[in-house]
Design a protein around this ligand. Sequence first.
Ligand code: SF4
Ligand code: SF4
Length: 362
Amino acid sequence: MINKLGFGFLRLPNRGDELDWETINDMVDAFMEGGRSFFDTCYTYLDGMSEMAIRRCVAERKPRKSFQLCEKLPGYMFKSHDDCRKYFEVELARCGVEWFDILMLHWLNDQNYAIAEKHDEFRFLREKKAQGLAKRIGFSYHGNAALLDQILTAHPEVDVVLMQLNYLDWDSEGIQSRKCYETCVRHGKKVIVMEPVKGGTLASLPPEAEEKLRDCHPDWTPADWALRFAQSLPEVEICLSGMGTVSQVEANIRPFKPLTAAETALLMEVRDIIERKTAIACTGCRYCVPHCPKRIPISQYIRMYNELYRYPGDDWKILPGYNQTAKASDCIGCRSCEKHCPQGLKIAEHMKNIAQRFENNT
Ligand code: SF4
Ligand code: SF4
């Protein structure tokens, strides 16, 4: 039996403007009482509130040696090497800890890797490891397998890679989950998984897909299947889940047997059904939204477009929610949003299709 669940402090429950501290404390307790102890945060998550939640709900309530903490430096924001130290000190203070179990560079892709090399940010990671302030070092990754191979070849000192991995993206040419996983294995690196349920996309499936999974295991939810796929891979050390309720923690923490070859094959069939029924592979993370000069609610329109693709007769239910702050046709094609999309979506192109579909109906 296995369980590799880690607690991602990215999508925390809130009550209006405030985080729901009581529920977060209860979730942390349920998680640790269930035998798990790995937490993940980042300087940029929830505008710093994720790190504050680590301090308030974990570090101030649990002995330091009873939990592991993964932190990430936003190296793409740095103007010089000295920024590594400045941000690192802020991160320690915000989290209320004296060291990190894993210290990573956040969000490496072509552009951010170039910045990391320019400011010698890997040297900072190595120094922190030598000083015992980071037990292990690594980076979170949003690029293709070829660049990953290049980075791991240039930086064999890296211990671990955090990457997007789920059964829907396993063979995708955009995300390249399988190729990136195999690249890590070839370099002898452990993998931490983010987005095992693809931002919730794999928790709610087209009926035909869900039925196939229920026929096989009536008591497993679609999210169980997704978490189990990622955790069944041998070099996956931790599988992060961004949980919002105590019952989610309790459901995700149950140990299970790794998937069999037949179960994995069934998931690949389900993946094909989902792909046929999903127009745009958006996870709803909203990273793009603040970067749109026209204030287009990008993720919301894509979700509506996907719903209409899945249920073509539902215009009357879905279209009244359209055109709130701006229309898709207000898009000026600046592609500022696309630089922030971890899924590599061609958002400007999608806005044209959404405008055509929605505005010809309204
Ligand atoms: S390409 Fe369109 S949707 Fe994206 S940021 Fe520019 S205006 Fe907004
Ligand atoms: S378009 Fe990309 S960045 Fe925007 S919500 Fe979807 S996945 Fe996230």
